[in-house]
Design a binder for this molecule. Sequence first.
Ligand code: NDP
Length: 248
Amino acid sequence: MERWQNRVAVVTGASSGIGAACAKLLVAAGLQVVGLARRTERLEQLRQSLPADQRQRFHQRSCDVSAESQVNSAFEWIEQQLGGIDVLINNAGILRDGHLLDMPIKDISDVLQTNLMGSIYCTKLAANSMRRRQIAGHLFFINSTAGLAGYNPGPDDPSLNVYTPSKFALTAVHEICRQELITQKLKIKTTSINPGWVSTEIVPDETKTQLGDVILQADDVAQAVLYALSTPPHAQVQEITLRAVGEW
Ligand code: NDP
C-alpha cells in the first residue's frame, strides 16, 4: 500500500455499512479519505470513532449522489482542497421493496438515480480528475450478486425487483468504463465488487433473521477493496464475487 500513502480516496455512502468500513480501512492504510453521504451527523460519528492520529486524514462532505449538482459541488471542493481524486469507491445505494410493475415510478426512479446515475456522475468526475493529472487511479463499483443476473435470484421475495436492474446496469457501466480506459490508453484500474447479503442497514430485519449467520460483514467487503487496491500497478482485479459460506 506504499504508493497510496496520502493519496485521495472518495467513498460515497460512507455514513454506514460497507462505505463506513471502507473509509475506516483506507484511512488506516494511510490514504486521505473523503466520505460523502446525506447524513452528515453519521459521517461526524465515523470521524470521531477513528484513532486520533488518523482523524485528520478523514474529510466529510454532505452529498446526495442522485443530485448531479451536489456531486459537482462535492467533487469541486475535493479538487480545490485536496488536489484531485486517486481512488473512487462508488458505494452509495438504496433498495425499495416491491414489484416493478406495481411500484410508483418515483420509487423506481429514486433507485436508478442513486444506484446507477449517482455512480455515473461520480465516475465521470473522478476519471476526468485522473485523466487530467495522468494518474494511475482506481475506480471501484460496489455492485452486488444481483448485478450478475438480470433477474431476481429470489423469486418469492420482490425486495430486489427494482434494485436488480439498477445493479445489472452498473455491471455494464463498469465493463464499458474498463474498455474506454483501454482505448484511451489510460492506466486507470476498475474493479467491481459483488457481495451477496451483508449485515448492514439496507437489509430488512426479517431477511437478517432468515439468513441467521449466513451473512457477510461490512468489513469483509472492505477487505476485498483493500486487496484489489494493493495489487501491483500492472495487475488489475476485475471483479470479486463474495458470498457468505452457505449462501445460495
Ligand atoms: P447501508 O444502508 O448501510 O449504506 C448505504 C449508504 O449509501 C449509506 O451511507 C447512505 O448514506 C448512502 N446513500 C444512500 N442514498 C444516498 C444518496 N442519494 N446520496 C448519498 N449517499 C447515499 O447499506 P450497505 O452498506 O449495505 O450498502 C452499500 C452498498 O453495498 C450499496 O450500493 C448496496 O447496494 C451494496 N450492497 C449491499 C449488500 C447488502 O446485503 N448489504 C449486498 C450487495 C451490495 P446516507 O443515507 O447518509 O445518505
